[in-house]
Write a protein that binds this ligand. Structure first.
Ligand SMILES: *Cc1c(COP(=O)(O)O)cnc(C)c1O
Length: 391
């Protein structure tokens, strides 16, 4: 019996291998930062979500040590039994104030926040209207929920309106979207989405994982960038990207919504509380972002510098303003070959191809950080250009 199951799994693994989709993990021997140590040597990292370079920031490490000394490793309990520490309440309050939302509930990850959201608030009387390119955790969250599901073509406001019309007869309607889409770095058209939501009496849910803490004038995310703060009903996001990169996620919304989530949301009720160490670090990360606007400014200027230099070098880059910069190649094999060649030059990036992105739209995704300096970016451009010209 065991042999039979292993044979099945091995066949599946072989299929993944032969399709060129097998993901090998590179082991880091240093903290996450611009220049990382790997078993194969030092490389310049352009594929982390470490947007503000906070993953090894000395003040956050200090905040982690203080929380560790004060509160210990963790709660060994879910929140509602004996797992709520004062630092959790402080972080929830901190996030609510930062995003100007009424209340916030913490999860072990944003993935959990999204899977615990929809089934708690919505049932078969309701409808979820979701952008086709939404993150896997939103898709899984809507699958767990009994509400009717409608999908609209990516960023297509006419199609969204069509789906809102089709969903008219449902009790509640919620439009769900990523704030920033991770493969293209494009920003959701939140103003138009909120206008349509107003017109059709729908709620709006935004997953701002690729924006919270650094995107928008003061880092409050795509909701700030698109000037819709106060118009969005539900915001979910992660602490595992810009806000220190440790782990954890949250949902922010109206008091009644968050209260209901505390009563019924399954990943909250049945999973251990976020470590107080992470909560302490994340509180400090938000303080730091508010106290040090130069962090966001550095990221913005690095991003603008990189995007402009690519264009000046005649390299094809999707226009945009986000530090996710997709470099379109088209052919999957060429994208992976280019990533390999860049690695030989000491630059760590990843090639993405079908099914992660549409067929024939293979690309390399560069991610810029405030931790990079101009020399890092110059070096990257020089190597991208020479490898690309020689291909
Ligand atoms: C990264 C990401 C997540 C997952 O966040 P975790 O906290 O790592 O679980 C969810 N949604 C979006 C849009 C993301 O980019």
């Amino acid at each position: 019996m065991e042999n039979e199951s292993l044979k099945i799994f091995r066949t599946e693994l072989d299929e993944i291998q032969s399709a060129g989709l097998y993901k090998a993990e590179r082991v880091l021997l240093s903290p996450q930062q611009a220049h990382i140590k790997t078993a194969q040597g030092e490389v310049l990292n352009f594929c982390a979500n470490n947007y503000l370079g906070l993953a090894n920031h000395p003040e956050l490490i200090q905040a982690g040590k203080e929380a560790l000394d004060r509160y210990g490793l963790g709660m060994a309990s879910v929140r509602f039994i004996c797992g709520t520490n004062e630092i959790h309440k402080r972080l929830e309050d901190r996030v609510s104030k930062f995003l100007r939302m009424e209340d916030t509930i913490l999860y072990s990850s944003c993935f959990d926040a999204n899977t615990g959201l929809f089934e708690t608030l919505f049932n078969e009387k309701d409808a979820i209207i979701s952008d086709r390119l939404n993150h896997a955790s939103i898709i899984d969250g809507t699958r767990l929920c009994k509400a009717m599901r409608f999908r609209f073509n990516h960023a297509d406001m006419d199609h969204l309106e069509t789906q809102l019309q089709r969903a008219k007869k449902y009790r509640l309607r919620v439009i769900a979207t990523d704030g920033v889409f991770s493969m293209d770095g494009d920003v959701a058209r939140l103003k138009e989405i909120c206008d349509l939501a107003d017109r059709y009496g729908a709620m709006v849910m935004v997953d701002d994982s690729h924006a919270t803490g650094f995107f928008g004038p003061t880092g409050r995310g795509s909701i700030e960038y698109q000037d819709v703060m106060g118009r969005v009903d539900l915001v979910t996001s992660t602490f595992g990207k810009a806000l220190g990169g440790a782990s954890g996620g949250f949902t922010s919304g109206r008091n009644e919504v968050i209260d209901l989530l505390r009563q019924r949301s399954r990943p909250y009720l049945f999973s251990n509380a976020l470590s107080p160490v992470v909560a302490g670090v994340t509180c400090r990360a938000i303080d730091l972002i508010e106290e040090s606007p130069q962090l966001i400014q550095k990221l913005q200027s690095n991003t603008a510098y990189f995007r402009n230099s690519l264009k000046e070098s005649g390299l094809d880059v999707k226009s945009g303003v986000h530090p996710i910069v997709p470099f379109m190649i088209g052919d999957a094999k060429q994208a992976h070959e280019m990533a390999d060649r860049l690695l030989q030059e000491g630059i760590y990036v990843v090639g993405f191809s079908f099914p992660v992105v549409p067929n024939g739209e293979a690309r390399i995704r560069f991610q810029i950080s405030a931790a990079h300096d101009v020399n890092d970016i110059d070096y990257l451009i020089e190597k991208v250009k020479s490898i690309h010209d020689g291909m």
